[in-house]
Design a protein around this ligand. Structure first.
Ligand SMILES: Cc1cc2nc3c(=O)[nH]c(=O)nc-3n(C[C@H](O)[C@H](O)[C@H](O)COP(=O)(O)OP(=O)(O)OC[C@H]3O[C@@H](n4cnc5c(N)ncnc54)[C@H](O)[C@@H]3O)c2cc1C
Length: 427
């Protein structure tokens, strides 16, 4: 009979959570814990978690706590440094085992190393990708360096995601005295009401909880939007041009494998076409950046990424600041940066345009841009963020990355009527 801590990280859900299931199978008492993100500044002077991400995360954690309570358990939220807080908690409760998901990004790996060095037994389970790495037709050190080849190899081998696990109906009881003596008041955070937002998370339908995420998936695949996804995905305005799954995927409130089941159901009911295929295609991009982390780890975070030599860019704090403020003088880029600051979200097309502008036009360090996105995005995800920034800067594995997006051409192709620039002409 053992007691353990389940540490929720980027997996704030009960449905399809293999790491949580592993814990449930192995213990007699379980204390679910979430560590609130710390608010230190990074080397680029951006606070790690800005107001939008904080508020969206708060919604996810509040929803999770409610679900855990209705399954006979609860959620303890800890503040301060996650490693220190977990060690203190485990010591106080005489617990030796921690279960959690595996995250292949360097800071998250360092947390696990530190817990193990402190004598805790930490069981990690890889679970955030659509495909299981063990099902891939190549070993991780043979991961194709170019996305297209990765996708072809996966499709040729007919590699499919494992079926999602059901949510546990009942959770083990809490260890004795687990919640007494701990401050249970998480600061309440108000979602910013931004009526122009393409991801209006202040509305119930876009709330960060798992239940709102599941409802969004259901209504999205019951609509005809997936039938047109490939034609609309480069849109800039509104909630419907793309799936808007990313914020829930990033907190882990949704599992990619659950999405896949609904995608296939939609195809059976409404028919498969280029657009429904393209949703799978984009989810494979998400996996590809995860697998690159499994292969290269901290090398992806070097100043020159995976490139053999350093970039010739000379970072400018002033140019970077102007970019963050939406004050570069390039109207499309400035509109995008205002959208990001006001709403915590930005379309994929605009992310590509503003990232290219920072690196290729303003000559700044890609890591500063990645840090600003980490601060702002409600869907911040270390794998997709680092992977896309490296790809755009031409410092990843794929030689076709690193192309400059010409702002004039992008404006003509994506905002010819000026509606997007007008919408975000003010902060
Ligand atoms: C510089 C830059 C930084 C980015 N940072 C992030 C990030 O921190 N978190 C994040 O989730 N995405 C990031 N992306 C990828 C992409 O822009 C978002 O996933 C997408 O815009 C989210 O909206 P959606 O869910 O409506 O996407 P859809 O177009 O509907 O796509 C469906 C899903 O496919 C996946 N996907 C789509 N495009 C990509 C892509 N290029 N890379 C990886 N996965 C993708 C996402 O999980 C997305 O939810 C970044 C892209 C760029 C260019």
């Amino acid at each position: 009979m053992t007691s353990a801590i389940y540490w929720f990280r980027q997996d704030l859900r009960l449905l399809d959570n293999p790491a949580l299931n592993r814990a449930i199978e192995n213990v007699s008492a379980l204390l679910p814990v979430y560590c609130l993100p710390q608010q230190e500044r990074n080397v680029w002077l951006a606070q790690r978690v800005g107001q939008h991400r904080q508020a969206f995360l708060h919604q996810a954690v509040t929803g999770l706590k409610k679900q855990l309570r209705s399954s006979g358990s609860d959620l303890l939220s800890l503040s301060g440094n996650a490693v220190t807080a977990l060690i203190e908690l485990a010591t106080k409760l005489h617990i030796q085992d921690i279960f959690c998901e595996d995250i292949a990004a360097p800071e998250e790996q360092a947390e696990i190393d530190a817990l193990r060095r402190a004598g805790l037994r930490v069981t990690t389970v890889w679970q955030s990708s659509l495909l299981d790495p063990v099902d891939l037709p190549f070993s991780m050190d043979q991961l194709p360096p170019v996305f297209t080849r990765f996708r072809h190899d996966v499709e040729k081998a007919q590699c499919l995601p494992p079926p999602p696990l059901p949510a546990p109906t009942k959770l083990p009881p809490l260890p004795d005295m687990a919640l007494s003596g701990w401050d249970q008041n998480t600061p309440s955070l108000v979602a910013c009401e931004e009526p122009r937002s393409a991801f209006p998370y202040h509305l119930a339908a876009y709330n960060g909880s798992e239940l709102a995420g599941l409802a969004h998936v259901k209504q999205y695949f019951e609509s005809d939007l997936p039938q047109r996804y490939k034609l609309t995905r480069n849109g800039l305005i509104g909630t419907d041009y793309s799936t808007k799954f990313s914020p829930w995927l990033a907190t882990g409130a949704l599992s990619a494998r659950h999405l896949f089941v609904h995608l296939r159901q939609h195809e059976r009911q409404f028919g498969a076409n280029d657009s429904t295929y393209w949703i799978w295609f984009e989810l494979l991009w998400r996996d590809y950046f995860r697998f690159l982390h499994l292969q290269y780890g901290s090398a992806l975070y070097r100043p020159n990424g995976l490139a053999p030599s350093a970039s010739s860019n000379k970072h400018s704090v002033i140019r970077f600041q102007r970019w963050c403020e939406g004050n570069t003088g390039e109207p499309l880029v400035d509109a995008g940066m205002r959208e990001l600051a006001a709403s915590g979200y930005m379309s994929n097309r605009m992310r590509q345009i503003v990232a290219s502008y920072l690196v290729h036009d303003l000559g700044c360090d890609y890591r500063a841009g990645a840090a600003w996105f980490e601060h702002q995005l409600v869907d911040y995800d270390p794998y997709s963020n680092q992977g896309n920034w490296l790809y755009g800067a031409g410092l990843g594995t794929d030689p076709r990355g690193g192309r400059r997006f010409n702002p004039d051409k992008q404006t003509r192709e994506h905002d010819a009527d000026g509606l997007y620039r007008a919408r975000w002409s003010t902060p």
